[in-house]
Design a protein around this ligand. Sequence first.
Ligand SMILES: Nc1ncnc2c1ncn2[C@@H]1O[C@H](COP(=O)(O)OP(=O)(O)OP(=O)(O)O)[C@@H](O)[C@H]1O
Length: 260
Amino acid sequence: MSTLLTLRDVWVEYGDKIVIEKLDLDIAEQSFVSVVGPSGAGKSSFLRLILGQEAPTRGRIELDGTPLVPECGPDRGVVFQRYSVFPHLSVLRNTMFGLECPKAPLSGRLFGSARRAARDEAAAMLEAVGLGDSFDLYPAQMSGGMQQRLAIAQALVQRPRILLLDEPFGALDPGIRADMHALITRLWRDYSLTIVMVTHDIREAFTLGTRVLALDKRRHDPHAPHRFGATVVYDLPLDKPVDAPEDKDHSITIDENGNN
Ligand SMILES: Nc1ncnc2c1ncn2[C@@H]1O[C@H](COP(=O)(O)OP(=O)(O)OP(=O)(O)O)[C@@H](O)[C@H]1O
């Protein structure tokens, strides 16, 4: 599989505080990369770099060999742990908004055939995430799992190549999480997505990912905790075929402390 994203000698610094140091990575197209690491290691900063919300203070990031533009484009979608849907819009309007906003940035609304086309695209995406009979509901009328399905539909309706997930299932209970794992695995395959997912759940990282990256500091200075930043300390490619059966777990075993 070809390389989609390249990071070379990437650093993130706030004043004299180094958050990420010397990150060198190639991320293959259609891979599912899970990112784990202790709290404060810089996982969300890493996602913001790929999203283009934050520029590296040093180094370069390329998408398909071209420098990443420093803003979120339609090639990258994102889903956060906390529901990012609009409370005042119905499910259908929330999903259509992802299409209307880039095409009609001032009014946020399309008209005529463009609006009908956006409605059909949004409806198809809602069917794909299992919200086919919930078009007229408002977020307050939906469970957490349904709201995350909506957030995923909102991100995917723009047909991004890369989907960034920041602890997307962290607030959901275990049964709903399992459903969401099956859903995201199906969408990843059906839409040939490249996914980068931050999670605190080691089991989730290994179950879903084709590769697991652990971010942490290699060096610690107890007298100056901000002197060193985090980088990739483990990079574990998992031998998992893209067309593996949906719910198949893999052979890595994880003990109750999260160690493999
Ligand atoms: N704008 C900022 N200015 C200064 N420091 C920042 C800024 N944004 C993030 N940081 C610091 O960068 C470090 C990494 O933060 P980040 O949120 O990326 O970590 P994380 O691994 O995602 O943490 P968690 O798992 O708790 O969500 C933290 O020490 C944080 O305080």
